[in-house]
Design a protein. Structure first.
Length: 302
């Protein structure tokens, strides 16, 4: 098959691994810079142009859309969908997952385990907002933050009030969440492909750091998921409508709770920790699904 990887940087580990894995399985794989694509929107014959030429027909695309280019990136994915190209993640599902508030609301409706979360607009709601999620310590998150940026732990109610007031003063949209102390600065990244978890790792934050992101000095190790954790990850992916994603779970005293669903999860950490060919499993998913149909149908709702 002819397959395109939509990525801004062909030298990134995830992009390189996907290209290698696809070519190893006999596919013709191109890496296309999403922002250099432009769209020809016309009656009955939508097309994508790239560097002065119309792109050939691709059987499938693998979107690797960064958070900073979500709007344009999903527009490009949608154009490919209009052309009948299969996408591992559809444009609407990517957009849905990038909106943290919308994601939490959708998962709440489907009874997915979540940390208690508050969202407000007016400063006079701050005290009750903090009280409603269980009181300090609380985690304050920027809605637009990624990779741990814009995530602050407030250890007292006064500190929480000050942080929230500061963010609100900057007209920033924020979430306030209960702090899952028993997680001990660790989370579980579940890599979902199709309707199953194909790999999982435990990420432990560096000493004194409550965020477990690997690029912030965290470490990763292999973990055996419980049945409940596996079901939670699959259900979260299903609610978002994502075929390929990373579901980040905290191990709380009330069971697994979902922190985030990432539509463009990195491959380096998960493949290194688990020694699994996750990139190959993504292509296996493409092969199995493009044989059945070569059109997209939105999974999930909202």
């Amino acid at each position: 098959m002819k397959i395109a990887i939509l990525s801004r940087n062909e030298n990134l580990y995830s992009t390189r691994r996907l290209k290698e894995a696809g070519e190893a399985r006999g596919h013709d794989v191109d890496v296309i810079d999403t922002l250099h694509c432009y769209m020809d929107i016309t009656k009955s014959r939508p097309a994508v142009r790239y560097k002065g030429e119309e792109l050939p027909y691709y059987d499938a695309i693998i979107p690797r859309i960064g958070a900073s280019v979500t709007f344009y990136g999903t527009s490009v994915v949608r154009q490919f969908e209009m052309m009948g190209t299969f996408s591992t993640n559809e444009s609407v599902a990517i957009s849905r997952s990038r909106d943290k508030l919308r994601s939490l609301q959708l998962m709440s409706r489907k009874d997915v385990g979540l940390p208690r979360t508050g969202f407000a607009n007016k400063p006079d709601n701050i005290k009750d907002l903090i009280k409603n999620v269980g009181g300090a310590p609380v985690v304050v998150k920027l809605l637009e933050g990624t990779q741990g940026i814009g995530v602050v732990l407030a250890e007292t109610n006064k500190a929480a009030e000050s942080i929230i007031e500061a963010f609100m003063g900057l007209k920033a949209n924020i979430l306030v969440q209960e702090f899952i102390k028993e997680a001990g600065g660790a989370d579980v990244r579940c890599f979902v492909v199709g309707n199953k978890v194909v790999a999982a790792m435990k990420r432990q934050g560096a000493e004194g750091e409550f965020r477990s992101n690997l690029h912030r000095g965290g470490s990763a190790s292999l973990i055996k998921l419980t049945k409940e954790e596996r079901a939670t990850a699959v259900n979260a992916a299903k609610v978002m409508g994502l075929n390929v994603c990373g579901v980040d779970i905290l191990q709380s005293s009330n069971g697994p709770v979902v922190m985030e669903v990432n539509s463009s999860p990195g491959l380096e950490g998960i493949e290194t920790a688990t020694k699994k060919d996750v990139a190959g499993l993504i292509f296996e998913f493409i092969e199995n699904n493009t044989k059945v149909k070569n059109t997209n149908k939105t999974r999930g709702k909202g």
